[in-house]
Design a protein around this ligand. Sequence first.
Ligand SMILES: Nc1ncnc2c1ncn2[C@@H]1O[C@H](COP(=O)(O)OP(=O)(O)OP(=O)(O)O)[C@@H](O)[C@H]1O
Ligand SMILES: [Mg+2]
Length: 337
Amino acid sequence: MENIIELRNLSTEFKVGKNIIRIVKNVSLDVKKGQILSIVGESGSGKSVTVNSMVNLLPKNGKIASGTSMFKSESLKDIDILAQKPYGKTMRKIRGNEIGMIFQDPMQSLNPVYTVGYQIMENIREHRDISKSEARSIGIEMIKKLGIPEAESRFDNYPHQFSGGMKQRAMIAIAMVNNPDLLIADEPTTALDVTIQAQIMDLMKDMRDKEGKSVILITHNMGLVAEVADQVAVMYMGRIVEYGEVADIFTNPSHPYTKALLKSVPIPGMDKNKKLATIPGETPDPASYVKGCEFASRCQYAKEECKNRDIPLYRIEGNHVARCILHEGSKEIVDEN
Ligand SMILES: Nc1ncnc2c1ncn2[C@@H]1O[C@H](COP(=O)(O)OP(=O)(O)OP(=O)(O)O)[C@@H](O)[C@H]1O
Ligand SMILES: [Mg+2]
């Protein structure tokens, strides 16, 4: 299967006061054409920083310390996004058109000064040579598809006139309106009720199934992952600790963190008074340096050795890999370079 993006050895750092904190650590990932990749992991594990780095959009105090992010565009030659100027011509051509981004933070993509409709139309007209009125009807059609009622009059509202859920849908409209080859959706439906959420997930599934487009979906909702994802990457403290096809992850979770994560998922119909298993121990401070496996202090299987050396990825089967010493000896080590 062909890839739309190949991310290799990405490391991202932030400067905080006098300290440099490494938040993403040597992450490599393939996003396949016509597939949905889901990235999961606790809050603070580096999911958003990973995808923002992938498209070369970091805040001022952020820096890509290493890595390449090869985008296999249909219209351009393969390009390494990380070698481009973040706001240069090439990235302006790609972002918003071939790659659509739904940011976790609405303020990152909605400008309070312009109407929602204007912002959707701007994105259309920046990439396509069409009239304002054509752009307007495409934009209105898009927000209708996203379930915004009274789409025509709502189109001319300012972001502050929108509820949280509607703002989220406005961002989705901007990201999806040019029919991108890759949609990066960072917690796209958290503020939405389940019906609208299902409607939007259907749009993403259609993108994949009818048009062969790719999606990266970041979510805390493991039920949603099970339902829509093809591949799953599990992150912990800035590293990929497990990756595989969705069925492998759910039926044969091979990193203790993934196992714990799946145990803490509510199962539909479960007695609400029954407590979910929580992962014991505290979420580590990303600024702290931990030698060896970062999950060791919370892991029931940890051995002394886990804390003393870096743990490689082991190949469980096919493209299913896990970063855990439990597989040492029985599974081959994956070369990550
Ligand atoms: N601009 C920044 N400066 C300093 N630290 C940052 C910055 N942006 C993010 N971080 C830190 O990087 C770590 C990873 O953040 P990130 O937003 O990627 O987590 P996440 O996995 O997306 O979490 P969530 O599920 O809550 O969205 C966090 O500890 C966060 O505080
Ligand atoms: Mg995030």
